[in-house]
Write a protein that binds this ligand. Structure first.
Ligand code: CAO
Length: 239
């Protein structure tokens, strides 16, 4: 059943604002994904205190490249895909065959003046942390300037949707077909954490992994997120 066209005129003035073409296309795809894929969102938290210290040191030493927290999370996610290849797959339209990708193109939700798009970083798994950081900065900047080409928005295997420092403690990102998973990042905040009998200030990053339950079971999602949390908690592992 479609939502009826309920009357809402006659109650007060209304300004009509057409959606951009990008917003309309994204809206249709999001609606199809939300209604046709059985979504589950797994919530996790990672202690990124050590990574953030390392990141600040790296940024102070290299004035040409500013690494954001996102670069480290992207790198950790790409490492996780090596252990959990099912997250780098598509399901055929009949829902009978899993298509395991033998390449890793990372999708990144990017805010542009015309709406949200998914920029794709091809071969992301073979990039170093710094190369990945450069590519993320590049697509973010060109996205903000509306300069991404259509061919740069195709072929993702898994997507990251980062609300970065905008806020939030978790959300339910919608899977970007033909992906079977999307990782959402909310704002990392410093919180008091009980460690070895004392309370310490730690930077805690909320992770929200939505997955297609036809392909991924809750236990797989829990293992994937635990792996991600462990890599993000160990600064040496994700560089
Ligand atoms: N928590 C706290 N701070 C974070 C963070 C997080 N999860 N992620 C990034 N940050 C920090 C960065 O480290 C940076 O801090 P410094 O200035 O100290 O280095 C600051 O936030 C700004 O980062 P940024 O937003 O400029 O860059 P990014 O690499 O984090 O993000 C991109 C790139 C493409 C994700 C961003 O430009 C963008 O478009 N964001 C919006 C995406 C969106 O709307 N998603 C929602 C989709 S669902 O509708």
């Amino acid at each position: 059943m479609t939502i009826p066209d309920l009357k809402h005129d006659g109650f007060g003035p209304v300004i009509e604002q057409p959606l951009s073409r990008v917003q309309q296309i994204a809206g249709m795809r999001l609606h199809a994904a939300w209604t046709q894929i059985p979504h589950v969102t797994h919530q996790e938290e990672a202690d990124v205190t050590a990574i953030d210290t390392l990141r600040k040191q790296s940024n102070a030493a290299d004035l040409l490249l500013k690494l954001t927290l996102l670069a480290y999370v992207a790198r950790s996610t790409l490492l996780a895909l090596k252990t959990f290849p099912r997250f780098c797959a598509s399901l055929d339209p009949a829902g009978a065959v899993l298509q395991l990708k033998q390449y890793v193109n990372l999708g990144l939700a990017v805010e542009t003046p015309k709406g949200l798009v998914v920029a794709v970083i091809p071969g992301a798994d073979i990039l170093t942390l710094h190369q990945l950081g450069e590519r993320i900065n590049d697509v973010a900047t060109r996205g903000r300037n509306g300069a991404l080409k259509p061919s740069e928005m195709e072929g993702s295997c898994i997507t990251i949707s980062s609300l970065g420092n905008l806020g939030g403690v978790g959300f339910t990102p919608i899977i970007n077909p033909p992906n079977v998973a999307i990782l959402g990042l909310s704002q990392a905040r410093t919180r008091p954490v009980w460690i070895d009998g004392t309370i310490a200030p730690r930077l805690i990053l909320p992770l929200s992994l939505s997955y297609d339950h036809r392909v991924i079971d809750g236990a797989d999602a829990a293992r994937f997120c635990t792996y991600l949390r462990e890599v993000l908690g160990d600064a040496e592992r994700c560089v």
